[in-house]
Design a protein around this ligand. Structure first.
Ligand code: SF4
Ligand code: SF4
Length: 358
């Protein structure tokens, strides 16, 4: 850790806000072109250093060094964690998922064309939130779908009025080992849980006769939707900061035509605290996070979406660090005081991570 004295978050109260949680320059804001996502640019954009570079390019060298957190067992864990996300297509389905064997009684029910009658959208919202928790969401909120946050080429029919936004807590011990492969496993399992959660929620909605579009990082920007749905505020590190887990969450969303009641955005002092804290910026190995006191409209690279007042993260630098590290990094999550206050720890060594239950 580079900072001796760690800023402590003051006691905070979460309050709902009626005004927009953003300061927007409409002349600059446009729907994000997905081809500028950093992973896409690796494939097509020869104008930057990360072109055709894979972030596991140093993995074999690291394996031979047997460095703690980068051993065979650690990489095995990291790659295992993604398996459900990467292989279960049902997680990101926009249509009903056929059952292998449909019980006879179920065949009698016309799930898709006979709508469940909803007289009270507030009650329905409560059902949705309870179901999401049952299926594995740590946090869930609802917002009207602001189409500014859809990717430029996403065509979502007008009837999809609402987004159900869900956050999945990542393992605190795993993240506390960042930037090792163990921390990457904590991230990967967040994505695999997301596939499970989305599939169950999408089917729950379709079984009521409504439509559901299940999305991970695809189709729309998750962070502004999560802010709209009252899950948290935007931090200097470019991530959603939640009151419960800080930035130690993964996000996913479902667009639906179910009649629901939206939540309100919240504030609990993140913006002002970030102005002084800067721990994420100080601990980023490659200076990818702004050290400026104030947020601005100035983008850091082509993979940023302009038009919102914030601290823009240089995701090119971030990705190049991943290439050097042999796997992704979560240090700006690990060091954030909003994570530490919920996780109860900043740092866990790979050795201590594996020691558990021995
Ligand atoms: S993920 Fe790591 S490299 Fe990227 S911005 Fe965060 S701390 Fe920096
Ligand atoms: S670590 Fe970064 S994101 Fe977290 S409170 Fe400090 S400045 Fe904000």
């Amino acid at each position: 850790m580079r900072t001796e004295t760690r800023p402590k978050i003051p006691k905070f109260k979460v309050r709902q806000v009626k005004k927009s949680p953003y300061t927007i320059d409409k002349s600059k804001l446009r729907r994000f072109d997905r081809k500028n996502i950093i992973f896409e640019r690796v494939e097509w954009d020869s104008s930057w250093e990360g072109y055709k570079r894979m972030y596991n390019e140093t993995m074999l060298d690291l394996l031979s060094e047997e460095k703690p957190g980068y051993s065979r067992i650690d990489f095995a864990l990291a790659y295992a964690s993604w398996i459900v996300h990467d292989t279960f297509a049902g997680g990101f389905s926009w249509k009903k998922i056929p059952l292998y064997r449909q019980p006879a009684a179920m065949a009698e029910i016309d799930w898709t064309s006979k709508k469940y009658e909803i007289e009270n959208p507030k009650r329905m919202s409560a059902y949705i939130k309870r179901a999401a928790k049952l299926f594995g969401a740590s946090l869930v909120g609802i917002c009207k779908l602001n189409r500014d946050w859809l990717y430029a080429d996403a065509e979502i029919p007008e009837k999809f009025d609402y987004a159900i936004v869900m956050a999945i807590e990542m393992d605190a011990d795993g993240i506390a080992t960042s930037p090792t492969a163990i921390a990457a496993a904590a991230t990967g399992i967040g994505y695999s849980k997301m596939a499970f959660l989305l599939a169950c929620m999408g089917e729950f909605i379709r079984n009521l006769g409504y439509d559901a579009i299940q999305c991970g990082n695809d189709t729309a920007l998750s962070i502004p939707l999560a802010i709209d749905a009252g899950l948290g505020e935007l931090g200097r590190n470019g991530l959603l900061i939640t009151p419960q887990y800080g930035p130690r969450v993964r996000l996913c969303k479902i667009f639906t035509d179910l009649p629901l009641t939206p939540d309100k955005p919240i504030e609990f002092g993140v913006k002002n605290f970030c102005k002084k804290c800067k721990l994420c910026a100080e601990n980023c190995e490659v200076g990818a996070i702004s050290m400026d006191d104030e947020p601005s409209f100035e983008v850091a690279c082509k993979s940023n979406n302009p038009g919102v007042l914030k601290w823009y993260v240089d995701v090119e630098k971030c990705y190049l660090y991943w290439c050097e590290n042999g796997i992704d990094c979560s240090t700006c999550i690990k060091v954030c005081p909003y994570n530490v206050s919920s996780a109860g720890k900043v740092e866990v060594s790979p050795r201590d991570f594996w020691k558990e239950d021995l």
